[in-house]
Write a new protein. Structure first.
Length: 136
């Protein structure tokens, strides 16, 4: 069984996913949309600041990953591709004794009415927000 920090160790050479840079306004909009998604889906376990101290963390068999430290943990490279993979369930994060992160890709796809491109855009927004909260 693997969890995000272990996956990061194996992915130290990975870069970020190919995000098209549409300029500061588009990035800021993506970060804001990602922040709303984060608060809705992630904060309960990872906490409002991403440190892994959300109210739902106590129910997890494995302590939630400190999302604000991902860049530091990954030798100063933000692991966007790895996060996207975890969100899609392609490389599941084990929490609560089952692949806990697998469900999010399905939820994002359902909310996008099955539109893969829209679901991918939602994941990019969420990842952009997580990147914005990285420790300096």
């Amino acid at each position: 069984m693997r969890f995000l920090p272990a996956m990061l160790v194996g992915a130290l050479s990975m870069g970020t996913i190919g995000l098209v840079d549409a300029g500061p306004a588009a990035r800021n909009g993506g970060v804001e949309r990602g922040k709303a998604m984060y608060r809705q889906y992630c904060a309960v376990c990872h906490g409002n600041n991403g440190k892994g101290h959300g109210t739902g963390a106590v129910a997890s068999k494995i302590h939630p990953t400190d999302l604000a430290a991902l860049r530091r943990i990954n030798k100063n490279v933000f692991p966007a591709e790895l996060i996207d993979s975890a969100l899609q369930g392609a490389d599941p994060v084990v929490a609560h004794g089952t692949p806990g992160m697998m469900v999010w890709g399905s939820i994002f796809l359902a909310e996008a009415n099955g539109n893969e491109a829209a679901a991918a855009a939602a994941r990019r927004d969420l990842i952009a927000y997580i990147e914005s909260i990285q420790e300096k």
